[in-house]
Design a binder for this molecule. Sequence first.
Ligand SMILES: Nc1nc2c(ncn2[C@@H]2O[C@H](COP(=O)(O)OP(=O)(O)O)[C@@H](O)[C@H]2O)c(=O)[nH]1
Ligand SMILES: [Mg+2]
Length: 301
Amino acid sequence: MGFFDKIKAGLTKTREALSNTLGAVFTGFSQLDDDFYDELEESLILADLGVETATKATDRLRKAVREQHIKEPEEAKAALKEILVQMLQVGDLELKLQTKPSVILVIGVNGVGKTTTIGKIATQQVRQGKKVLLVAGDTFRAAAADQLEIWAGRSGADIVRQHEGADPASVVYDGIQAARARDVDVIIIDTAGRLHNKANLMNELNKISRIVERELPAASKEVLLVLDGTTGQNGLIQAKTFKEIAGVTAIALTKLDGTAKGGIVIAVSDALQIPVKFVGVGEQADDLMPFEPKEFVEALI
Ligand SMILES: Nc1nc2c(ncn2[C@@H]2O[C@H](COP(=O)(O)OP(=O)(O)O)[C@@H](O)[C@H]2O)c(=O)[nH]1
Ligand SMILES: [Mg+2]
């Protein structure tokens, strides 16, 4: 299944909601009047774009309709798609992994899918012939490193871990030394995401970043924030907090195969101006898709 089909299958719920509402907006109105725009904005909010982004998209459509002398709702639909695609193109969509080694620091609250996403990315990288090392920086529970170890086995990556309760920064230090010794291409660091104590989490992430920066000053680095697509606008609040404390460079949005309303992808890209680089559409190794704005919007509308 290609990106389009998988997303389409994954977003069945959203698409049902959207084709009922959005579809109805474009077929139910014969002219592009205020009622049309009100209805459109409301259905975009229902699709989880959030009020701010939905309003912005609607305003841009009004402007496009005026400037391009659009009369028909069908033409306006094409213009809206273009606007949404633009809102999703806020940066490079590929991971920047130019140096050997490169580092991906993976952050996000508990349960969003960090470890699973790491396993999936490792699978893709190993398939491309890269040597991958996973670093078990979530030392909060022993089970977290066990889970990462299972993914290492599945994907063909190496792993560095320590005992439960170890200092994450020290595990990261070990990982970097191991990566040097073993000629690793990509280091992927798992972290714990206990957001209930923001200062603590910030400290921990800062410490890890400092080690990486000190040991590998010239390396390509990505800070990948993982968000659960089913948490809707709540995810957006989390994302803002993490952006503030950790200098996020990329986003992976998981669980788009569930009850997620896909519009959250647009809300997150637009509000944070950080590109969504991956979407998770299941629990298996192959269920991670590189994000393609055009196909995504086509699948959505
Ligand atoms: N349906 C679905 N489940 C996912 C996806 N990504 C992760 N999960 C599940 O979400 C749960 C939490 O994932 P985990 O990687 O342990 O989250 P972490 O606490 O952030 O490391 C697990 O049961 C995963 O199998 C996804 O894209 N789709
Ligand atoms: Mg985990």
